[in-house]
Design a protein. Sequence first.
Length: 446
Amino acid sequence: MAASRYKKLVDALASDIRAGRLAPGVRLPTHRGLAAREGIAVVTATRVYAELEGMGLVSREQGRGTFVRDIAVPASHGIDQQAVATDDAVDLNFNYPSLPGQADLLRQALREVATSGDLDSLLRYQPHRGRPQDRASIARHLRRRGITADADQILIANGAQHGLAITIMAMLSAGDVVAVDALTYPGFKVLAHAFHLDLEPVPTTADGPDLDALENLCATRPVRAIYTMPTLHNPLGWVMPATDRTRLIRIARQHGPLIIEDASYAYLVEDPPPPLAATAPDITVYVSGLSKSIATGLRVGFVLAPPPAVPSLERAIRATTWNTPALTTAIACRWLDDGTVNHLETQKRDDAKTRQALVRQELAGLPLIGHPSSYFTWLPLPDDARADRLTATLARRHISVTTAEPFTTSTHTPQAIRLALGSTDLDSLRSTLRTVRRVAVEDACA
């Protein structure tokens, strides 16, 4: 088939999709069907669909076929989408929970810093990995989470996302194989793409990754790292049982990969099993922060690493930010030491429980997946439903949600949406969930 003819077919299909002549959710012919209809080779039909998928116009679903996407929803909307800023819109895409009185806490903290006699030093360059007294505060905080850590193993970052970035920069190289859950945190996917890592999806169970599949992967491919969220997985909300944590560590020790433990949402779980970093500190890099538990604008994260990894991580901080902002770090560490962080985390845990109970009340009967004290819920859709179509319909009603696509690392993208629950007041959340239910039911019947 001449290149010009092949391109004309791609252009024609793209034009039909953009003009609405091929409606969102329409199932396109099979590869063989397109080949027969157009008089082209099957391999060329596959190439046509691959190019349309690369343009964000179609999605291929294993065992179901190729479907027209709703192009009102960008393919990467979950991570690239901006937080809702208009007064008439409700954001169920991002979580930025805030409790009454947090602004007053900040005002008081600023006054205390201003009169502490230490203000001048906070305006200067800081040690690249943070001041010793601040790292000691974080070490004490980690002990309350079951991790015994020396302050010299801790590095302060500009939020947990920056902590993940410097971990990749320091510990991995382009082309390295990283085992990840088939559904995982989109921010890690973005970093993996930026640093050219090879993500290998691991199927999940109701309680965590399929460890048989992980072990087989580690035995057959040179896996350099395992990225995992054992305590409150995003987006599925599971908490990995202690026995599974023990086995995951055993697999890592046998085959050699580093464990990257993301604990950003771990604070929401009361009495979880010990973190991986507590049991295997020599092979685990533990990443967390205070953006989720305190405030998204407080960009203070931290990395706990085995001692041999610290110099490389410090070099990555120097290369990306030189040092972390001393003023916000000083405020955060004051709150760690005086109990404010513990108090706010307890309040947010209770708030999340209230919101989860509300979801289960308003969406009763739907197949919800989530932890009872989580700020997000996963809603699988019927096989004949289209998540992009549902998302676009909700967007027209000024409700922002996320499809499974930004979370997916495998070739199969499930039809599902994630509902973030922490960014609106309870009355608005209740009415919004009712709209979500109504639109989801209508979509399933369409």
